[in-house]
Write a protein that binds this ligand. Structure first.
Ligand SMILES: O=C(CO)[C@@H](O)[C@H](O)[C@H](O)[C@H](O)COP(=O)(O)O
Length: 379
């Protein structure tokens, strides 16, 4: 058994000059004046926040080498890993004392984590997620990786960051579509594990999205804080006892059975969370056809997705053979069985191994007709 310890540290305004969390907020990864760090920053974040980040390092007398890296799903490829490894080599990183800082969304932190886990067989790294999906999903687990050929996250490692620093204030500059992208992973854990969280999304999801979870009123602040804290808590509750995935029945895989193939096939038109939402819409309908979810509950789920700015359908779904082939690939990922999490009511789940092609087809047709009806109603 391999022991692993990592920290999830919360702080607001990490790069406000008087904020010292990055210096002393994690006992396992302190940083002090006179030291130096390699900082890999998503180029979109660098454009918006680069000056602030540089000012913070200067103010605390830490010599930062800042490397800006494009980080989106299209370049989540080996070349990006190699670019980070080149930067680590050029920096001459001390593999025990100089953790690499990864500042960006889930793609950036997955790429840097992967590079760090390979460099000298393992160099520490710290994650500073700047997107909602980074905060509630990619930032709190131990997976790293990149896409390979047409395979989503086909190569990667399990490598915990020493610490992840969660800071909701980054969301102030996040594109609303990327807020929705993160809300898909929040909805995932809500559907699997928490009717309360689902109801909170149902009541306040649209307002939270408009407010980018920044908490502009006391009510919205309380709701945003609960959404973020609760989804992280529910994720960690699942991840911690099963970090190396010895159990492949993982409810956090909900929405990730068909979506890897949907996302890669649709690239670049669907973001990760959007592909997850389309998968969740389909599997909600499968649950409905099986009687695990009532018609009314299924309608509520699809309505919440729309309120969160998420798609419930994409034409890629209807490509002949796509869903069946996605399921076959998932079976290879899950040790020969489907282990497909399906919702039971709202906030509950079960795993099934007997989904057939005919059942997929029925669910697809039902979802397609619902999506058409909705499109007509809103015209
Ligand atoms: O395991 C985590 C986060 O570490 C999940 O919450 C996350 O959504 C994963 O990306 C999915 O479960 C998919 O996992 P995989 O297909 O890459 O093994």
């Amino acid at each position: 058994m391999q022991q692993v310890r990592y920290h999830v540290v919360r702080s607001q305004g990490l790069f406000d000059v008087d904020n010292t969390t990055l210096l002393d907020g994690c006992a396992d990864a302190p940083m002090a004046a006179g030291e130096r760090r390699l900082v890999v920053v998503d180029s979109a974040v660098d454009a918006l926040h680069g000056d602030r980040i540089r000012t913070w390092f200067d103010a605390h007398d830490v010599a930062a080498t800042i490397v800006a890296l494009r980080a989106d799903e299209e370049v989540k490829q080996w070349d990006s890993v190699s670019a980070v490894i080149d930067a680590m080599n050029a920096f001459g990183i001390d593999r025990r004392r100089e953790p690499v800082l990864a500042v960006g969304g889930g793609v950036l932190t997955d790429v840097v984590g992967f590079a760090a886990s390979l460099y000298r067989r393992g160099t520490p790294y710290l994650r500073i997620p700047t997107t909602l999906i980074g905060l509630v999903d990619a930032g709190v687990g131990v997976k790293t990786g990149v896409n390979y050929a047409a395979g989503k996250n086909r190569v990667g490692t399990y490598a915990a960051a020493k610490a992840t620093f969660l800071d909701r204030t980054w969301l102030s500059t996040l594109d609303p579509r990327h807020v929705s992208n993160g809300l898909a992973e929040v909805l995932k854990v809500a559907l699997m594990k928490s009717a309360e969280l689902f109801e909170l999304l149902e009541r306040s999801g649209r307002d939270l999205l408009e407010d980018r979870l920044l908490g502009s009123t006391p009510e919205l602040d309380a709701a945003a804080a609960t959404v973020v804290a609760e989804s992280i808590h529910l994720m960690l509750e699942e991840l911690q006892p099963n970090l190396w995935e010895s159990t492949l029945e993982r409810c956090v895989d909900y929405g990730h059975t068909f979506s890897p193939v949907i996302e890669m096939r649709a690239l670049p038109s669907l973001l990760h969370g959007e592909a997850v939402a389309v998968d969740m819409a389909l599997t909600t309908v499968i649950g409905e056809l099986r009687g695990y979810v009532s018609i009314e509950q299924s309608a509520r789920v699809l309505a919440v997705m729309r309120q969160l700015g998420l798609p419930t359908w994409d034409d890629v779904l209807a490509e002949p053979g796509l869903l069946a082939s996605a399921l076959r690939d998932t079976v290879r990922h899950r040790d020969g069985q489907q282990r497909l999490p399906l919702p039971v009511g709202i906030g509950g789940h079960r795993f099934v191994n007997d989904v057939t092609d005919a059942e997929l087809q029925r669910a697809l047709e039902l979802l397609r007709s619902r999506s058409r009806d909705h499109a007509q109603e809103t015209r």
